[in-house]
Design a binder for this molecule. Structure first.
Ligand code: F42
Length: 147
């Protein structure tokens, strides 16, 4: 069941623009990280404080129908704000190209995190540079289809 509510576009213009292009093209444009050709998904979530809908592009890290959401924020010292949204409201919509699913986000740790971190780095090697830039351990969520 898609999340319902008022959408608050990101304050970052390039994020707003990519979400708009991705959604308005039915997942046929705006589907990569700039001109890298590396695929991106759009995750819709509920704001932890506002309760309004937030939408962010993330690198596409998929394995057997489950996806990772890597809270790298380019290696900044603090988690992205969306990390706290997922911790508060784990039900999200994930759009991968033209397809869209309702998912449940679960932060992973230990061996499970290591397994998904490996998949994430395989999809987007820059995550290694981001982790080297910061003392915080970059959180990894697994998004699993809602039963
Ligand atoms: N970011 C990643 O962390 N990982 C990725 O793999 C990734 C890939 C990616 C690919 C393409 C692309 O264009 C961007 C990509 N990004 C990636 C960037 C990502 O989309 C986010 O822009 C980035 O992670 C920063 O997320 P953020 O949530 O910190 O964004 C800030 C700027 C933001 O939106 N702030 C809002 C604001 O108004 O200041 C708040 C939004 C919000 O969620 N507010 C909550 C609410 O209730 O509405 C309150 C939250 C709270 O607890 O305060």
């Amino acid at each position: 069941m898609p999340l319902e509510g008022e959408y608050d576009p990101s304050p970052a213009q390039w994020i707003r623009d990519q979400v708009e292009l991705y959604e308005s093209s039915g997942g046929t444009r705006g589907t990569t990280l700039w001109d890298t050709g590396l695929p991106v998904v759009i995750v819709t979530m509920r704001g932890a404080k506002s309760g309004r809908l937030r939408k962010i592009p993330l690198m596409r890290v998929e394995h057997e129908g489950r996806y990772a959401a890597v809270a790298s924020k380019a290696g900044f010292p603090t988690h992205p704000v969306w990390y706290f949204n997922l911790k508060t409201g784990p039900v999200v919509d994930l759009q991968d190209g033209a397809e869209r699913w309702s998912m449940i986000a679960r932060e992973v740790s230990g061996d499970e995190r290591a397994e998904w971190w490996e998949r994430a780095v395989a999809a987007f090697p820059t995550y290694v540079e981001y982790q080297a830039k910061t003392d915080r351990v970059i959180p990894v969520f697994v998004l699993e289809p809602e039963a």
